[in-house]
Design a binder for this molecule. Structure first.
Ligand SMILES: Nc1ncnc2c1ncn2[C@@H]1O[C@H](COP(=O)(O)OP(=O)(O)OP(=O)(O)O)[C@@H](O)[C@H]1O
Ligand SMILES: [Mg+2]
Length: 339
């Protein structure tokens, strides 16, 4: 962690603070509250992993933070503070300037996120022209230099259209676009999904280098607990649009408190056996018709009467655990998962 990540009182300072953020998609026949009262903090120079099953709302959180939700979505409340400024209070132009230059995003679907009609080099050069005031010549040269750090044949990539790239190449181009302007924060949405092992490892090393050499803070959205174990400092677990547990990575792996986190980790393959140990039964709830009580109740083995009668539990500090360990559960796990 960089020294300037501490304030005068020696406290760690969050770079990004998301407070009580909620967002809903409106389709013709459904209302989908994909982000429900989400709060999180991203500290300087750390990697915070956001994990959870498909459709938990992970990408929606990222898009809501950056003002990138589609027009069919509404943001109901909450605040996103970045370096003392509310992102929601910024004009479209101001937000666009923050996005890219200060907070960059590696999108889950890299190919779809690239502009299909622009050559890769032009997309990269455009960033330098728009944010760094470079001439076309300077911007092209800088784009070529950046591509040269990622590809053995930067000339060819420069002249390629996105549809001419493989999935792994498109991911690398996304990394180039996301890091070109040396942002303070990178939001990486499933950066290793669908990559073969060699490219996956390279992606992990790049993310690690961003944090360790450039001091970038990373919000890392992933299904992959191998990636979490390698990169994350802290972890937030999402279920049905909410964060149900947050802790540092060691506590998440050793003493998960939410039965959902416990179940996710228990279902991971181990080194000794590639079989999944115990599959978590059931499926996530339909976000369109959520019950008032805990949304994990139908899948929970630890449910008590309170879980069936009271409104869904709120995220609160875990008794007897370290500061920063939060869980939304009336009957948290008492046993350790690993020693
Ligand atoms: N544009 C959209 N319009 C309507 N509903 C949407 C839209 N985007 C996402 N959703 C819904 O919001 C919920 C959360 O989706 P989101 O993409 O945030 O999940 P996720 O956790 O990122 O999942 P995955 O791991 O599969 O990427 C899902 O029920 C999804 O169907
Ligand atoms: Mg997603």
């Amino acid at each position: 962690m960089a020294q300037n990540a501490l304030d005068a009182a020696g406290e760690r300072r969050p770079l990004l603070t998301v407070s009580h953020l909620s967002a809903t998609y409106h389709t013709e026949d459904e209302t989908i509250p994909a982000v429900r009262d989400v709060s999180l903090e991203l500290y300087e120079g750390e990697v915070l992993a956001l994990v959870g099953e498909s459709a938990a709302g992970k990408s929606s959180v990222a898009h809501a933070v950056l003002g990138l939700l589609p027009s069919t979505a509404t943001v109901e409340g909450g605040d996103v503070q970045f370096r003392g400024r509310s992102l929601q209070a910024l004009s479209t132009d101001e937000l666009r300037a923050v996005r890219g230059a200060e907070i960059a995003m590696i999108f889950q679907d890299a190919l779809a996120a690239l502009t299909p009609t622009l050559r890769v080099g032009e997309q990269l050069a455009e960033l330098f022209r728009a944010h760094r005031n470079m001439s076309e010549r300077e911007a092209n040269a800088e784009a070529m230099r950046v591509l040269g750090t990622l590809f053995p044949d930067p000339d060819r990539i420069f002249d390629s259209f996105p549809f001419q790239l493989s999935g792994g190449m498109a991911q690398r181009v996304m990394v180039a676009l996301a890091t070109a302007l040396e942002p303070l924060i990178v939001i990486a949405d499933e950066p290793t999904a669908n990559l073969d092992p060699g490219v996956r490892m390279e992606m992990l090393q790049r993310l690690e280098a961003m944090r360790d050499e450039l001091g970038v803070s990373i919000l890392l959205i992933t299904h992959d607990f191998g990636v979490v174990a390698r990169l994350a400092d802290r972890v937030s677990v999402m279920y049905a649009g909410e964060i149900v547990e947050t802790a540092d990575v060691r506590r998440i792996f050793r003493t998960p408190k939410h039965p959902y986190t416990f179940g996710l980790l228990q279902s991971l393959p181990t080194l000794e056996s590639t079989e999944r140990l115990t599959m978590m039964p059931g499926n996530p709830p339909d976000l369109g018709s959520l019950p008032p009580e805990c949304p994990f109740l139908p899948r929970c083995r630890k449910a008590t009467t309170q879980c069936r009668t009271d409104p869904a539990p709120r995220l609160v500090p875990v008794e007897g655990s370290a500061e920063g360990h939060l869980v939304a559960c009336y009957n948290p796990m008492a046993v350790s998962l690993r020693d």
